[in-house]
Design a binder for this molecule. Structure first.
Ligand code: NAP
Ligand code: ZN
Ligand code: ZN
Length: 348
């Protein structure tokens, strides 16, 4: 079926109106009218081909909230009209060990990402949520509780799960000191979620103008990373640091703020590799880890947790045609704290 969208036709080019054909809903598919789609920094990295190997034309968008328009005959969990979400993945092999363990992002055959990827046939390109509708197999669709504002819930599908998952993996709770580096889309969700789990959260940012917001988001402390004193004041402080910086930075300096046996989890994906001195880890038996989004089951768990705790993203909703400006402002750190595209503004 014809799908209206915004796409980057070539690496680094401005996004323009575009249209593609999507498959009709098969027996296990859910066809979704997209209401809102968040703008993740990963969309920008990929539309600009900063990670290499991008597939163009590219329709980005993996923070999708919409209403079910049609369901296939074998679909059991969704009905027409349901509020639903789609995140970073739209399929996987479903039978390998990671898939059976609900970690579809690590599917041994390689999962089908929502865009800049292919379906499991490895031929059909996938196109993301900057579009009028998406067609996704039931297993990769998440229920969005009606009590959540749909625009503010959209970023939960990536920024929410990407920060919720490591907080759960490292057992964050009362009495733990958590540092969150970078107050953007991921960072602001990390602060809200970690604080809601009982942790004492310090926001580490390059932007003094975000200090008041950090406190409003329930950070107990704020530290400016452009001030060298920060790194001595907070030396050995944190049980866990979530690093969401999207650009080059000195990991060694941040490891210094991890307590012995503590962990720094890399969530941000700067385009270039970072130098790391062995002593940054050896001095204190520290761990450097990474975390990639989260499985579908955990994404549903996160969504339900957010509904229960009244947590959504702080969003700036803009018309789809403003997407290029939203990209520019996100790269400058000028967003409070997630742009969300209003798909009702898309010409169809
Ligand atoms: P974002 O909204 O642009 O936030 C990134 C924040 O990093 C900025 O707000 C800024 O915070 C800080 N920052 C930016 N440039 C910096 C620099 N040169 N030095 C120090 N700090 C800098 O981006 P996002 O959507 O949260 O995504 C963040 C990163 O996570 C991206 O690389 C994205 O691709 C990646 N990501 C990873 C996963 C995963 O599964 N691991 C999932 C989604 C996204 P301050 O103004 O507070 O300093
Ligand atoms: Zn994302
Ligand atoms: Zn698999």
């Amino acid at each position: 079926m014809k799908t209206s969208a915004f796409a980057a036709l070539r690496p680094g080019e401005k996004l323009v109106p575009y249209s593609v054909e999507r498959r009709e809903a098969g027996p296990r598919d859910v066809a979704i009218d997209v209401l809102f789609c968040g703008v993740c920094h990963s969309d920008i990295h990929q539309a600009r081909d900063e990670w290499g190997g991008g597939l163009f034309p590219m329709i980005p968008g993996h923070e999708i909230v919409g209403r079910v328009a049609r369901v296939g005959a074998e679909v059991t969990r969704f009905r027409v009209g349901d509020l639903v979400g789609v995140g970073c993945m739209v399929d996987s092999c479903r039978s390998c060990r990671p898939c059976e363990d609900h970690h579809e992002q690590f599917c041994e055959k390689g999962c089908a990402f929502t865009y800049n990827s292919t379906e499991m046939d490895r031929k059909t390109p996938t196109y993301g949520g900057y579009s009028s509708h998406v067609v996704v197999t039931e297993r990769f669709v998440v229920k969005v509780p009606e009590k959540l504002d749909p625009a503010a819930a959209a970023p939960l599908l990536c920024a929410g799960i990407t920060t919720y998952s490591p907080l759960r993996q490292w057992g964050v709770g009362k009495g733990m000191k958590v540092g969150v580096v970078g107050l953007g889309g991921l960072g602001h969700m990390a602060v809200k979620l970690a604080a809601s789990m009982g942790a004492e959260v310090t926001m580490l940012s390059t932007s003094r103008s975000k200090e008041a917001d950090a406190k409003r988001l329930n950070a107990a402390d704020f530290a400016l990373t452009s001030d060298p004193d920060t790194f001595s004041r907070l030396k050995g402080r944190f049980d866990l640091i979530l690093d969401t910086i999207s650009a080059e930075h000195d990991l060694n300096a941040y490891m210094g703020m991890v307590r012995p046996f503590g962990t720094l989890v890399m969530l941000g994906v700067p385009p270039n590799p970072a130098p790391l001195h062995a002593f940054s880890l050896i001095g204190g038996n520290k761990r450097l880890a990474g975390s990639l989004i989260g499985g579908i089951q955990e994404t549903q768990e996160m969504m339900d947790y957010c509904a229960e705790h009244g947590i959504v993203s702080d969003v700036e909703v803009v018309p789809v045609a403003s997407v290029n400006e939203a990209y520019e402002r996100t790269v400058k750190g000028d967003v409070r704290y997630r742009f969300v595209l209003d798909m009702a503004t898309l010409a169809r």
